[in-house]
Write a protein that binds this ligand. Structure first.
Ligand code: 13P
Ligand code: SF4
Length: 371
């Protein structure tokens, strides 16, 4: 992957929040319809207030692909999201990530070499033509391309069940696309989704990429319906059942909603779970006065608490932990990349080479066609 990068000049650090706001607004004005700013729900307010479209990772990837008129797409989110936007946009469009160090620790838990090695190991043990790779959106473009080449699809937290159904449900002739799924990189999204679909725990095995054959016996690899990659989100795995119990003790009439990257015991102890967009809709549709305990990234929880003061919204984890990489996109970086665009310079462009983008697009478009 090639990125045209540069560091933000230090002077931007000394600009007051008010001046940054004014400069971002002025640059937006100048760029007009050439510019589209996308904001993921975990972004800080100082950035989110300038987003033309906000959304979860699925909604934003769909938006990116449906705005061919926008010459510059400034993606306020993390690296894998900007890569997906670049794959789904045309050659005339430039996708910009305001700070290139905004990655995702979960996406880093699977690299393409590990995935290819896993695939080869599985192929020695079982009929690989009956295995489909499914990757969570939170993965590199190279992994998405691998999935596209091998008949699989991308999924997000808002459509994981539909994608797994597409892979495993028998058609009218009783034929299934696959008997086994290699799901990466988030074991929890995989396990929570498979459980919601009615699969028993014994049908799932944890694939440890740091061990030979994933650390599994041949018989387990043969019999499992799901080989779940040993990856996780360090933000969502902080939520615990104890936190839910303590929220319920304080709020007997309260409800709990969490993201499916949480561990299975947390998801099962909650009233509902779903993507960031789902969590927003859940809050919107709850009755005023309802106390709501939320298990997701703190910037979204805080925004919801401010937007719905009558719902008594709290984060389940009192020692809230933000997604540090999402927070790297701040108003200073946004102002800098926009002012550079006004000056005719595209900074921090995310460019996925076409040889990778072509196959990754297949996996992304499969997802988009399933929904
Ligand atoms: P969404 O798919 O809900 O946007 O979540 C993406 C993500 O990174 C959550 O940690
Ligand atoms: Fe990655 Fe977790 Fe941050 Fe989402 S919240 S971007 S999965 S580290």
């Amino acid at each position: 992957m090639i990125t045209i990068s540069a560091s933000m000049p230090h002077s931007y650090r000394d600009v007051s929040p008010e001046e940054l706001d004014a400069r971002i607004a002025a640059a937006k004005d100048t760029l007009g319809s050439q510019l589209l700013i996308l904001g993921h729900h975990y972004q800080m307010d100082e950035v989110m207030k300038f987003a033309d479209v906000d959304g979860d990772s699925f909604g934003l990837s769909r938006t990116a692909g449906s705005r061919p008129e926008a010459e510059f797409i400034v993606f306020c989110g993390v690296h894998f999201m900007a890569e997906s936007a670049d794959i789904l946009t045309n050659e005339q469009q430039a996708v910009v990530l305001p700070d290139l160090s905004a990655g995702c620790s979960m996406a880093d838990m699977a690299d393409i070499d590990q995935v290819e090695r896993a695939w080869d190991e599985i192929a020695k043990i079982t009929d690989i033509t009956r295995v489909l790779p499914i990757t969570y959106m939170n993965s590199t473009a190279a992994i998405k391309a691998f999935v596209g080449r091998n008949g699989g699809a991308v999924c997000t937290s808002s459509n994981a069940q539909a994608v797994l159904d597409w892979a495993l449900a028998p058609n009218e002739r009783g034929e299934r696309r696959a008997d086994k799924i290699l799901f990466f990189p988030d074991q929890h999204l995989g396990r929570n989704t498979a459980t919601a679909m009615g699969y028993p725990q014994e049908s799932m095995a944890l694939w440890n990429p740091h061990e030979r054959q994933g650390g599994l016996e041949e018989s387990v690899i043969k019999s499992a319906s799901f080989l779940l990659w040993k990856g996780h989100c360090s933000v969502h795995t902080r939520f615990t059942v104890d936190q839910i119990n303590s929220f319920r003790t304080k709020n007997p009439e309260g409800v709990v909603v969490v993201h499916p990257e949480c561990t299975q015991d947390v998801v099962q102890a909650s009233d509902a779970s779903g993507s960031t967009d789902f969590i927003i809709r859940f809050v919107e549709s709850s009755a005023p006065g309802t106390p709501i305990g939320i298990g997701t990234e703190i910037h979204l929880v805080k925004r919801l608490a401010e937007r719905y003061p009558d719902r008594a919204i709290v984060c389940l984890d009192a020692e809230v932990c933000p997604c540090v990489t999402m927070s790297r996109i701040d108003a200073a970086h946004l102002a800098w990349v926009l002012e550079e665009l006004v000056a005719g310079r595209v900074r921090n462009q995310i460019v996925v080479p076409e040889a990778i983008a072509r196959d990754a697009r297949v996996a992304l478009n499969r997802m988009l066609s399933i929904i």
